[in-house]
Ligand binder design. Structure first.
Ligand SMILES: [Zn+2]
Length: 170
């Protein structure tokens, strides 16, 4: 008799709770819900990583498609770029002021790896230290404006102060 009563109770219990509301009506559903939550917790960051990966790959392939076939500046470009800078580093050294060190490298203002052109327009003279810290970051529009403003002070009137050039998407 006791086991029969228990069987009836267990048979009725889930019905009672499922009628009562939205609470999970059985252990299996509770477990199922937990599994769903775990799956969601694992899958969502996974999906986010995959999406970010795809976005990154697309952006990177666009950069690669932009790349200038020529990476190295010609001697002529190097000479003209260095002369335009008066042999001094053109990069920024705090408070928007120009770096005081002598220029040692010809650098792509827009990084070559990001589609920056190997042109005099995209050439900046840089000291070794600024060249290292700049790496392959795309300069912000305000960095570009500040560079052009600084250039007005030292670039010969015959040459342009504008800086930065990117290859079109081919
Ligand atoms: Zn410098």
């Amino acid at each position: 008799m006791v086991w029969l009563a228990l069987a009836v109770m267990t048979a009725l219990m889930p019905k009672g709770t499922s009628v009562a509301g939205t609470a999970p009506s059985s252990a299996a559903e509770v477990l199922g819900g937990m599994v769903d939550n775990v799956v969601a917790a694992v899958a969502l960051p996974g999906v986010a990583v995959v999406v970010l990966g795809i976005v990154g790959a697309v952006l990177n392939s666009r950069d690669v498609r932009r790349r200038d076939l020529i990476r190295r500046f010609t001697r002529q470009q190097h000479r003209e770029g260095m002369a335009r800078a008066g042999g001094q580093c053109e990069m920024e050294s705090g408070f928007g002021r120009r770096c005081r060190r002598p220029a040692e490298h010809g650098d792509h203002f827009y990084p070559w790896s990001k589609g920056g052109s190997t042109s005099l327009q995209n050439f900046v003279a840089a000291c070794a230290q600024c060249n290292r810290t700049k790496r392959a970051r795309i300069p912000s529009p305000s960095q570009q404006q500040r560079m052009e403003r600084r250039r007005r002070d030292y670039v010969a009137p015959s040459s342009s102060v504008s800086v930065g050039e990117r290859q079109p998407l081919s």
